[in-house]
Ligand binder design. Structure first.
Ligand SMILES: NC(=O)c1ccc[n+]([C@@H]2O[C@H](COP(=O)([O-])OP(=O)(O)OC[C@H]3O[C@@H](n4cnc5c(N)ncnc54)[C@H](OP(=O)(O)O)[C@@H]3O)[C@@H](O)[C@H]2O)c1
Length: 305
């Protein structure tokens, strides 16, 4: 049975990856840092020696590298740590994958593009507008340099089953429906997003790696996935209100530029052509996906402790 290592296995996407590869019959080892319940292994990716030793000892046939510092504000606050995590750890993983002859898939982001002329093809020139996008781009390059046969999968904003609403930039929007501020709530109707369900992304990762096993020479380099619905934050709030029968009367759309702070791309829609050529793509309709994920969260929240 093939052995898979999933980094960031306690995270939003990592949990779905861990589950999908298990269900597909792989022997999965999940790396995490602080949330190491449920059989995950504590491995600090900032400790290169520990990371190398763990990977060599496990000798997996497949590595899915999902761990990252992925909050743009967190990255700006500690750029050096973010570089060590998003770039240097990715390079170390690439080096060990090459040494072991393992398949390697690095998860990246639409934030490598500036969002001024979508849709973006996988080989369009990147131009990140913030440090998070920059470090993820450098992580892609470090991965492909260390392990030229590696795969990179760029994904848009993600949602899925959450432990806390603020785990996802999508699910956090439910707060303005559950806890309406007295002064109402203005939500951006400007930046376009293409939310993807983590279960769809995990399925795509599995199928992409399967295709690569069939033809390692042809299937390599950068691939991209995008949800197929265009939604602003305001659109997502309206969709959630409709799904859960909540009032959104106090929510108003705003097209004002975001307040000062870390910049985000306006519309970094990803072209999914390279995946389509392989016959890969799964999109759960947003209303259906968000209902599943947030119903589970709402039930847990209301359950007696
Ligand atoms: N979320 C999005 O909307 C989105 C959008 C585009 C791309 N992406 C990309 O998708 C990937 C997954 O993101 P996500 O949302 O699942 O992230 P997440 O929920 O923030 O999870 C991050 C993971 O990294 C682990 N981690 C953090 N520091 C670590 C360290 N020093 N050593 C080992 N592990 C460490 C965390 O472990 P502990 O929690 O156990 O400490 C956690 O498992 C990332 O590469 C991200 O850039 C995400």
């Amino acid at each position: 049975m093939a052995k898979v290592v999933v980094t960031g296995a306690s995270g939003l996407l990592g949990r779905a990856l861990y589950q999908t590869f298990k269900e597909e019959g792989f022997t999965v080892t999940g790396f995490a840092k602080s949330r190491v319940s449920a059989g995950l292994l504590s491995v600090d990716l900032l400790d290169s020696d520990e990371l190398r030793a763990r990977l060599r000892q496990l000798a997996p046939q497949v590595i899915v590298h999902s761990a990252a510092y992925r909050s743009p504000d967190q990255v700006e606050a500690d750029a050096a740590a973010a570089r060590r995590m998003n770039v240097h750890a990715s390079q170390v993983i690439g080096e060990v994958a090459a040494e072991l002859g393992a398949q390697l898939l690095y998860i990246s982001t639409d934030y490598v593009f500036d969002g001024s002329s979508p849709p973006y093809k996988a080989d369009d020139p990147p131009n990140p507008v913030n440090l998070y996008g920059q470090t993820k781009l450098e992580g892609e390059r470090a991965t492909l340099h260390a392990c030229p046969g590696a795969l990179v999968l760029r994904v848009p904003v993600l949602y899925g089953p959450v432990e806390r609403l603020d785990e996802s930039a999508v699910t956090v929007l439910l707060r303005c429906l559950l806890e309406p501020p007295a002064a109402g709530c203005a939500v951006s109707d400007l930046e376009k997003r293409y939310p993807a369900h983590v279960r769809d992304v995990a399925d795509i990762c599995h199928r992409l790696l399967e295709k690569q096993r069939e033809d390692r020479a042809a299937v390599r380099g950068v691939y991209q996935w995008s949800g197929s619905e265009t939604l602003t934050k305001y659109g997502m709030v309206r969709a959630m209100a409709a799904v859960f029968g909540l009032s959104a009367e106090h929510v108003t759309p705003t097209r004002a530029p975001p307040p000062a702070g870390t910049r985000r791309p306006l519309d970094s829609r990803l072209d999914t052509g390279r995946l389509a050529e392989l016959g890969i793509g799964t999109h759960t309709p947003f209303a259906e996906g968000i209902e599943q994920c947030l119903s589970a969260w709402l039930e847990k929240k209301d359950a007696p402790q």
